[in-house]
Design a protein around this ligand. Structure first.
Ligand SMILES: Cc1ncc(COP(=O)(O)O)c(C=O)c1O
Length: 303
C-alpha cells in the first residue's frame, strides 16, 4: 500500500498504484543506470525547481542519458503533480533511467529513457531537531562517481549512502559524514557539510567530487550577504573535534545543526550562533526566491 497523498507518473502519464511498475529490464534497476532529483515544496510550491531541473539535465548529460523532454515540460509536470496530490507540502522524487534494454552494460542497448515522478507528503525533521541539533557519525569510503567523468552527477546508485545510514541508525544518528581515503570529510550521505572554525565557515569545494547542493549554494549566498568569511576545503576528520559548529544542508532538511559527532559533542553541544544567523538569512532568501520563481503550470494551463 502506498501512502495517502502519493501520486506516480511514468513518462508524464499519471498511473494508478497497480500500474506504478517498471520493467525488470530497466537499466536503472539492473545497473543503477539513472539520475534523479529530490525536490521539496515551500508554501506548496516546488522550491528552486528550475535549478533542480537544470541539475537533472546536467547529471543526465554527464552520464549520456538522453532526456527526451525540455526543461519547461519537466517543470510543469512537477507543478501539476504537486497540485494534483492535494498535499500541503510535497516531497518530489524525479528519476530518469536509461530505460529498457537487453542484458549487458552497453548503454546503446536501450533506446528510450524513462522518467518516473513520485510525489508524496513532505516530512521535514521535527522542530526539536532544528532547535537542539542532531547527531552524526563518520563513515569511511570512496564515493562511486569520484573517479569517473560523471563526478558531480546525482546518479541513482546510492548504495554507499545506504550502507552509511545502516550504521547511523542504531546509534540514532541522523546523518553519516563521508570520509575519503585521505581522511578528509567531503559531505554527508545525502547532504552538504559546513563547519565553523573561529570566524571562518568551511565547506568542501565542488572539486572534491561532492554533489553541488542547491541548498549549499543558497547558504553560500547568505554567507556572502552577511560578509562571513568562507574557506573551500575538506577538513580532516580529526580537525572536526576542534570545530565550533557543524551543520549540514539539503533540500529536505534545509539547514540542520550537528551537535554530536561519533558520540562526542561539537563545540558546546548546542546549535551555534552562526547556524542561527544563517538560518535567519536563509528564511528571508527562501521568500525572495519564491517571489521570483516562474510558474510553469499556470503558463501551460492559461494558454
Ligand atoms: C550526496 C548528496 N550531497 C548533497 C545533497 C544536498 O543537495 P541539495 O541541497 O541540492 O538537496 C544531497 C541531496 O540529496 C546528496 O544526496
Amino acid at each position: 500500500m502506498i501512502e495517502a497523498g502519493t501520486l506516480v507518473y511514468i513518462d508524464g502519464r499519471r498511473v494508478s498504484e497497480n500500474e506504478a511498475k517498471i520493467s525488470v529490464f530497466d537499466r536503472g534497476l539492473l545497473y543503477g543506470d539513472s539520475v534523479f532529483e529530490t525536490i521539496a515544496t515551500h508554501d506548496g510550491r516546488p522550491f528552486m525547481l528550475v535549478d533542480h531541473i537544470r541539475r537533472l539535465r546536467h547529471s543526465a548529460e554527464l552520464v549520456y542519458i538522453d532526456l527526451s523532454v525540455d526543461d519547461a515540460t519537466l517543470c510543469s509536470e512537477v507543478e501539476v503533480a504537486v497540485v494534483e496530490s492535494g498535499n500541503s507540502e510535497c516531497y518530489v522524487r524525479l528519476t530518469v533511467t536509461r530505460g529498457i534494454g537487453g542484458l549487458g552494460l552497453d548503454p546503446s542497448l536501450s533506446e528510450n529513457s524513462c522518467r518516473i515522478l513520485i510525489v508524496t507528503p513532505l516530512r521535514r525533521p521535527l522542530p526539536e531537531a532544528y532547535e537542539n541539533g542532531v547527531s552524526a557519525i563518520s563513515y569511511r569510503t570512496q564515493r562511486t562517481a569520484e573517479s569517473t567523468e560523471a563526478t558531480g552527477a546525482k546518479v541513482g546508485n546510492y548504495l554507499v549512502a545506504v550502507l552509511a545510514m545502516r550504521q547511523a541508525k542504531p546509534v540514532n544518528a541522523n546523518e553519516a559524514l563521508i570520509v575519503n581515503s585521505e581522511d578528509r570529510v567531503v559531505e554527508g550521505a545525502t547532504s552538504n557539510l559546513f563547519v565553523r572554525f573561529g570566524d571562518e565557515l568551511t565547506t568542501p569545494p565542488e572539486s572534491a567530487g561532492i554533489l553541488p547542493g542547491i541548498t549549499r549554494q543558497l547558504v553560500l549566498e547568505v554567507a556572502g550577504r552577511s560578509k562571513i568569511a568562507v574557506s573551500y576545503r575538506c577538513p580532516m576528520l580529526s580537525e572536526l573535534s576542534t570545530a565550533d559548529e557543524i551543520f549540514i544542508t539539503s533540500s529536505v532538511r534545509e539547514i540542520l545543526p550537528i551537535v554530536k559527532l561519533d558520540g562526542r559533542s561539537v563545540g558546546d553541544g548546542l546549535p551555534g550562533p552562526l547556524y542561527r544567523k544563517i538560518r535567519l538569512g536563509y528564511s528571508s532568501l527562501v521568500q525572495e526566491k519564491l517571489a521570483q520563481a516562474p510558474r510553469f503550470f499556470r503558463a501551460v494551463t492559461t494558454k
